[in-house]
Design a protein around this ligand. Sequence first.
Ligand code: NAD
Length: 335
Amino acid sequence: MKTSRRRNRPHSDWGGPIRRAVVTGGCGFVGSHLCDLLLDSDVEVVCVDNFLTSNGDNVAHCLSDGRFELLDHDVTEPIPVPGEVDLVLHLASPASPQDYLRLPVETLEAGSLGTFNALELARRKLARFVLASTSEVYGDPLQHPQHESYWGNVNPVGPRSVYDEAKRFAEAATIAYRTTHGVDTAIVRIFNTFGPRMRTKDGRAVPTFIRQALAGDPLTVTGDGSQTRSLCYVGDTVRGILAVAASSHPGPVNLGNPAETTVLDLAHLVRDLSRSTAPIEFVARPVDDPGRRRPDITLAWEQFGWKPETDPRKGLSTTVDWFATQLNDTAARER
Ligand code: NAD
């Protein structure tokens, strides 16, 4: 039994199978899917989270698994994990615009102090370290699509800077630990990801449109809706993160879906998939909202054979179904 399970473990380029991983921010949207994928691959998981932008719901199903441990801990404090660790995946940070605009200082602290503490953990344990960075480091990009070599166009004093600059700092800290302390590090730059377990009110386009469509409320498109987004299904994103983790590549590596869609087309598609007749309403665009976003994923494809495999329509349909079930369950509980 044990032998057959072990066969599934991801084999790293840097020293045998990955046996035990720490996932900071593991109770969040992306982090919880990553915990699932690791457990499916027979990797023990220590999930570190202080529930700043989540609760335990996303990992409730993992709690009965003896290979899963949940540590209620703020990563801005040193991270106490006894025992061996092969891999540290650092995702802890507010991530949706609504969260980081509400929590500007916490966001900067998660990117700075939190990243140092996660790097220190990796250094002490001689573990591989992967930083979950973001396409936001490219800001409102002047190059299109965005290749990893592009330095970005970020307003350092705009409202979004708390997130963009925190992640840019986190990338710099990661490189400094690599060059100064010899930690085996990697950076992944995640582009917009969607799927089940997003919060209905986190302010991002997909959950907002789905919530509005299912409730029959107007779908609020910002600006004229011609700005584009590239949306990657969460199953593809976490598969990419693990592929980079199991390699010895330092990154940065873009992970995202190059299929670009306008926000207005997205609203129409969500409305169709939700079988809703709600109207579309145009509202003001947020300050510094990027006009175009599309990852160049040549590096991920050439190095890891990674590309998104989920058809966006299928991924959206799965997500709409998940939200519908959640909303029904909530309504049933409130009755
Ligand atoms: P999320 O808000 O769902 O999850 C973040 C998690 O981090 C939450 O569980 C939160 O409680 C935890 N957290 C925040 N501060 C913490 C702290 N100080 N100590 C411990 N835990 C803390 O967000 P997400 O969408 O799952 O994003 C996860 C990571 O991926 C983030 O680092 C984000 O920047 C990155 N990312 C996500 C996307 C995306 O589209 N979802 C895109 C680019 C990058």
